[in-house]
Structure formats: C-alpha cells, structure tokens
Design a protein around this ligand. Structure first.
Ligand code: BTN
Length: 268
C-alpha cells in the first residue's frame, strides 16, 4: 500500500488545512531528525512561541516513555508541540492527558476506529497501541517555563516495521484501516481538538477532559501490573486522581497512587 503524495506533512500540505488559532501556526518540518522533542526543546530555548509544532518524516533517535527508544519509520506521524501554559509543573501530566483524549476522539469519530486510552496516555485502536505521548518540560522557580508534548502515531506504514517484541500489542493505523490515511487531515483534526481541550482546561479546569478519559479508558476496574522502572506492583486500578495519577488497590485497604509507569492489563 503506497500513500499518496497529498498525505505528506510538508508545510504546503498541512498549513492550509489547519483550523487552529495557535497550535501549529509556527511549523517546522524536517525530512529527518533525531527526535522532534529534542528539536522542539531547542526551539523553546531559542524563544519559539507556545503552539509551535515540529514534525519529521523519520526520527533516527525517537524517544519513548521510561527511557525506551521509539521506532519512527517513514509514514508515521512524529510530532512535538511546544506549550507555555500558565501552570505549575505538577499539571504537566494533565497536559499529556488532554492530547490523548483529543487523539482518541479524532481516531474514533474521524476514522471510525474503535479507540480507547490505556493509562497513562497510550492510544489503542481495536486493542492495539497505535500512539504514545512523551511529555518533557522545563521548570524555573516553581513555574513551568515550557512543556514539549511529543506524539508518535503509527500511521501509514505496515506493522512489520515495528520491532518484533512490539508487534503483539502494537499496531498501525494503515493495517487496521486496510488503507493509508490522510496524514495532514488527521493532524489538523487532532490539533484542533487538542487546542479545544487545552483552552478549556486553562480557562475552566480539567473536569471535562478527566471525565472523557474515564469514559474511554481500558484500565480502570481491571487488575493491573504496574512497572515504574524502579519496581513493580499489582492490584486493581480504581481511578485516576485530579492530577492524572493512577490509584491502585494493591492490597486489602491499601491504596497507592502512581504518577508514571507501564501498565499490563491482567484481565480483558
Ligand atoms: C511512548 O513511549 O508511548 C511515548 C512515545 C512518544 C514518541 C514521540 S514521536 C514524536 C516525539 N519525539 C520523540 O522522540 N518522542 C515523541
């Protein structure tokens, strides 16, 4: 399956499709980069505005959560958005949650794929992880100076390009849809939805986004194994707290809240 050239993310294809006020209005596109997150951080240091977007066709050193590499072949959507929200660093995980809620929504409503979120912010389609989000930030004097939300979407490439150990749980949108998708269309719909949730959160709080996360997640209520990178715990996932942390009942009358980690669902 070959994707049409209209599906490229070059500025001439993406910018005319944008409907956002701020997100993506400053746009840097590269054929190849080590990591869009690294470039977005460098742009942030150089004074780029909130909403600046970086995307690349290929990442040679894409980063995943918990220090893992993120395989980023051509045809994927590898992007990072710079945000300068008027928030404290504690609110950073909630920013990631907004992106996941928005992406799930556009995949379900725009592409007709059954889509859900696995804690913290993996987006699954028909049970396969198709997207992940890595947020990095810089804080100064207790204030968030900037935040870079990096989103990797396995879009228009075959799942055979994923590393063998990821193929069971991971997938690509092209394989699930049976056709390549319109990448600029998906990115513009995603940025519009994300900007909507972002503005709502800054102005009114995270209530609506948290409610949507709860409604569309596959984690809560299940027995889970959580690997934080420093240790493992098992128990029943009860809820997320107001900061996006996962509350797990790890024993009778014993509750622990996790801020980061990899969750394995121990039941369907
Ligand atoms: C995860 O482990 O689930 C998060 C993966 C995040 C990958 C994206 S791809 C664009 C951006 N640049 C990176 O180096 N990582 C993020």
């Amino acid at each position: 399956m070959q994707e049409p050239c209209t599906s490229s993310l070059v500025p001439a294809r993406l910018t005319p499709r944008l409907k956002t006020a701020e997100f993506g209005r400053v746009y840097r596109y590269l054929a190849e980069v080590d990591s869009t997150n690294s470039l977005a951080r460098a742009l942030a240091e150089a004074g780029a505005p909130s909403g600046a977007l970086v995307a690349a066709e290929i990442q040679t050193g894409g980063r995943g959560r918990l220090g893992r590499p993120w395989v980023s072949p051509p045809g994927g959507i590898w992007l990072s958005l710079l945000l300068r929200p008027p928030l404290t660093p504690a609110a950073a995980p909630l920013q990631t949650l907004l992106a996941a809620v928005a992406l799930r929504e556009v995949l379900q409503e725009g592409e007709g794929l059954q889509a859900a979120i696995k804690w913290p912010n993996d987006v699954l389609c028909r049970g396969k992880k198709v997207a992940g989000i890595l947020t990095e930030m810089k804080a100064k004097g207790g204030e968030l100076e900037y935040l870079v939300a990096g989103v990797g979407i396995n879009a228009n490439f075959p799942g055979t390009l994923l590393p063998p150990h990821l193929r069971e749980k991971g997938g690509t949108l092209m394989d699930l849809l049976g056709r390549p998708l319109d990448r600029p269309g998906l990115v513009s719909a995603f940025l519009l939805a994300w900007e909507g949730y972002y503005r709502q959160a800054v102005e009114e709080g995270y209530g609506e986004a948290l409610a949507k996360w709860r409604r569309h997640n596959v984690t809560l209520g299940k027995r889970v194994l959580i690997d934080t990178g420093r240790g493992r715990a098992a128990g029943r996932a009860l809820d997320i707290d107001a900061g996006g942390g996962l509350i797990v009942e790890t024993g009778p009358g014993c509750r622990e809240t996790f801020l980061a980690g990899e969750v394995t669902l121990l039941e369907g």
